[in-house]
Design a protein around this ligand. Structure first.
Ligand code: GMT
Length: 367
C-alpha cells in the first residue's frame, strides 16, 4: 500500500509510535510518506520506500497564529495526488485529523482518500478534555474513516467522554524486540535507575528525584533522566535542594534509547496519567522492570508484581520501596526481568502488532 503518515515529529510517544510504524511498514514492502513539519525523530535518511515531505508554514504579517492545519491539509492533498496514496494515517487527533478531513474533501472530486486517526492519550485526556477543543476533537473522531486507540483504557475513555458511536479499534503500542533487548554485559555492581519522557507535568518528573532520595536511604543508586521539557529545570533544582545532584544525570534528548535503556536496572514512570506507557514497554523488552503508577492503561501493560510494580500516583515511599526491593533482591530481579521481556515479546512485538494495522488499513480502504 501507499500510506501517508502524519504525527508530531518531536519527542513524545505518539511521534515515536508513528515513526516506528512507518519504518516497520516500509520494511514489509509498503511505500510510506511522512508528511510533517520536521523530519521525525528516529527516522534516519536513505531508508528504502520511506519518503519525507516537509510542511512549510509561511509567515505573513497578518497571521498572529500561522495556520499550520491548513498548510498541512494542502500538503497532504498534494502528496496524496502526486504519489497516489491509498490512505492517510494521522497520529494525535488535533489538528492532524481535521487536516486529513480537509485533504480528503480536496481530493473528493477525483477519488476517495480515506484516513485513519490513532488516538494516543493526551489528545483525549488533556487536549480533548479542554473546553475549547472538545467539539472539534469529537467531530474529528466522528469524521475519521477509522479510529484506533493504543489501549482498552483509552478506547473506553474516548467512547464514554465523547459519546461517539464509531467503532474504535484497539491496537496496542508495539516494540521491536530485536532492537530493544537485554544487555548481557550490563555492569552488575552500580545500580542505575532510568526515566524517559518529554518532561511534561503529566509525567511527574520531580517524583523521580524524590524516589531516588528515598532509595538512597537504604541502598546506593544513580538516576539517569532522558528527555527534555518544562519540568527539567525544576527537577534539576530539586536534586540540588535535596543534596543528591551528584547522583542524578540529565542527558537531555537522546535518539538511540534502545542502547541506553538496557544499561539500567529499573525504569521509573511515576506519571499522573498514562494511556499505555510506551517507555515502560521499551524497558520491559530490554528486561528492565518498570516501577510506575496504577493509572490509565498501565495495568494493561504491566502485570503488577510479575513484570514490574504499580503504586498510587504520588506515593513516593511505596514506589521507592519497590525500587529498593528490585535493587537488593537478586532473585526477585531476575524473575521480574525475565517476565517483563517475555511479556513484551509475546504480547507487543512488532510481528504481532504491525499486521493488525495492515489489516485495519485494508478494512478501511474496502469500506
Ligand atoms: O506523554 C507522552 O509521552 C506523549 C504522548 C503523546 O501522545 O505523544 O504519549 C502518549 O502516547 C504514547 C504512545 O502511544 C503512550 O504510550 C503514552 O502512554 C501516552 N501518554 C500519556 O497518555 C500521558
Amino acid at each position: 500500500m501507499k500510506i501517508g503518515i502524519t504525527c508530531y515529529p518531536t519527542y513524545g510517544g505518539s511521534g515515536i509510535v508513528a515513526t516506528e510504524l512507518g519504518l516497520e511498514l516500509a520494511a514489509r514492502g509498503h511505500e510510506v510518506h511522512f508528511i510533517t513539519y520536521a523530519n521525525p525523530i528516529r527516522l534516519d535518511p536513505g531508508i528504502p520506500r520511506i519518503h519525507y515531505h516537509e510542511v512549510e508554514v509561511s509567515a505573513y504579517p497578518l497571521f498572529l497564529y500561522p495556520p499550520y492545519c491548513l498548510a498541512l491539509a494542502s500538503r497532504m492533498a498534494e502528496v496524496a495526488a502526486c504519489y497516489d496514496l491509498d490512505l492517510l494515517h494521522v497520529h494525535y487527533a488535533i489538528p492532524h485529523s481535521i487536516a486529513a478531513l480537509l485533504a480528503q474533501q480536496m481530493m473528493a472530486p477525483q477519488r476517495r482518500l480515506p484516513f485513519v486517526t490513532t488516538l494516543h492519550g493526551t489528545d483525549i485526556t488533556l487536549v480533548g478534555a479542554d473546553r475549547s477543543y472538545f467539539p472539534i476533537t469529537k467531530f474529528s473522531i466522528e469524521k475519521s474513516d477509522g479510529i484506533t486507540t493504543i489501549s482498552n483504557y483509552l478506547q473506553d475513555r474516548t467512547a464514554d467522554f465523547f459519546g461517539v458511536a464509531n467503532e474504535i479499534r484497539v491496537i496496542h503500542n508495539f516494540v521491536n524486540c530485536d532492537l530493544y533487548k537485554p544487555d548481557l554485559e550490563r555492569q552488575p555492581k552500580e545500580k542505575h535507575l532510568i526515566h524517559l519522557s518529554n518532561f511534561r507535568p503529566v509525567k511527574r518528573v520531580l517524583d523521580c528525584v524524590r524516589i531516588l532520595k528515598e532509595v538512597l536511604k537504604s541502598t546506593p543508586a544513580r538516576l539517569v533522566m532522558v528527555g527534555d521539557g518544562p519540568e527539567r529545570g525544576p527537577a534539576e533544582m530539586l536534586a540540588r535542594e535535596l543534596g543528591i545532584d551528584t547522583n542524578v544525570t540529565f542527558l537531555g534528548k537522546q535518539d538511540h534509547v534502545e542502547r541506553l535503556i538496557p544499561k539500567h536496572h529499573v525504569l521509573l514512570m511515576p506519571s499522573e496519567m498514562e494511556a499505555f506507557g510506551l517507555a515502560a514497554l521499551e524497558a520491559m523488552a530490554c528486561g528492565v522492570p518498570p516501577v510506575g503508577t496504577r493509572v490509565g492503561g498501565t495495568p494493561e501493560l504491566i502485570d503488577d508484581g510479575v513484570e514490574g510494580f504499580l503504586e498510587p500516583v504520588g506515593d513516593i515511599a511505596a514506589q521507592a520501596r519497590r525500587v529498593v526491593s528490585l535493587l537488593t533482591d537478586d532473585r526477585l530481579y531476575q524473575r521480574m526481568s525475565a517476565a517483563a521481556r517475555h511479556s513484551a515479546e509475546m504480547r507487543y512485538s512488532t510481528s504481532l502488532i504491525i499486521p493488525q494495522y495492515e489489516k485495519y488499513y485494508q478494512e478501511v480502504c474496502a469500506q
